[in-house]
Design a protein around this ligand. Structure first.
Ligand SMILES: C[S@@+](CC[C@H](N)C(=O)[O-])C[C@H]1O[C@@H](n2cnc3c(N)ncnc32)[C@H](O)[C@@H]1O
Length: 265
């Protein structure tokens, strides 16, 4: 598949395709510099030039694996295998991988995006969307070469108000980011809107310890940094309220994975 065809396929997925698409940085940039708001402290770190350089190999495995309770909890490879299974994708290299259209929300440097791509067969497309130009720069640099099949493309856009049309994707994934959004539930609405009937959503996010003092601490943390910590039932309830079925959850010490399926029409 030629690069032009893949870019065309991404444009076809957009709610409001630009007349003159800007792909000069290797990703489709849909954010208007005039409309950019001051980021929270947590998001400022994501937009630095330093973090994308160490994110995938150092920050992500150390931070996330500790939060998931490694070595008892899953390491990165086990997390990726579970994600592909929950999203209905195939095993890397398997002949029966689906030609699915998948969205990775808040893709950062593309680490999860590439893991999803390994579970998609010929004709599939995995789109990573993120607001950070430095993260996307790294994602583009690290997603090249003939081994990346099927095609992966990146879009600079807002996860809370996704730029894609309704029912555009077979599967949507949002890892390590729901806690950074100013309005996480609007983001879940947006992810639900872009999923096809019968499509699957999986989220990996923060988890609050059940300690008496933790509610006050969590509120303070959110005010100071913009980081939200979710209770055990908040994310599962959000999916159930939006009509998801087969809602499942894995709880780790400081994180939770939640998945669900939209009913077929
Ligand atoms: C910790 S990284 C997660 C990367 C990857 N998904 C993972 O699981 O390792 C969080 C990402 O969320 C992005 N992000 C935060 N708020 C966003 C928003 N409103 N729209 C798009 N991306 C956002 C940040 O730019 C950052 O790249």
């Amino acid at each position: 598949m030629s690069a032009t065809t893949v870019h065309d396929r991404v444009l076809d997925l957009l709610r409001d395709p630009p007349a003159a698409p800007d792909t000069s940085a290797g990703y489709l940039d849909l954010l208007d510099p005039e409309e950019e708001r001051a980021p929270s402290l947590a998001q400022s770190v994501m937009e630095s030039t330093f973090l994308p350089q160490i994110y995938e190999k150092v920050w992500r495995p150390i931070g996330f694996n500790i939060a998931k309770g490694w070595p008892i909890g899953p390491g990165t490879a086990a997390e990726q295998a579970m994600t592909r299974a929950w999203l209905g994708l195939g095993r890397p290299g398997a002949a029966d991988r689906p030609a699915a259209t998948v969205l990775d929300v808040a893709c950062g440097p593309g680490n999860v995006t590439r893991a999803l791509a390994a579970g998609v067969g010929d004709g599939g497309l995995v789109v990573g969307v993120d607001a950070s130009a430095t993260m996307l720069g790294r994602a583009v640099a690290d997603t090249s070469g003939p081994e990346v099949r099927p095609e992966v493309r990146y879009v600079r856009g807002d996860a809370v108000d996704l730029p894609f049309r309704d029912a555009a994707f077979d599967a949507v994934c949002c890892f390590g980011a729901l806690y950074l959004f100013d309005d996480p539930w609007r983001a879940v609405d947006s992810m639900t809107r872009v999923l096809k009937p019968g499509g699957r959503l999986t989220v990996l996010t923060s988890r609050r310890l059940g300690l008496p003092a933790s509610r006050a601490g969590v509120a303070l943390l959110r005010r100071a940094t913009g980081y939200t910590v979710f209770g055990d039932r908040e994310v599962t309830r959000a999916l159930t309220e939006r009509g998801y079925t087969r809602v499942k959850q894995r709880r780790y010490p400081l994180m939770q994975a939640v998945g669900g399926t939209l009913p077929p029409r």
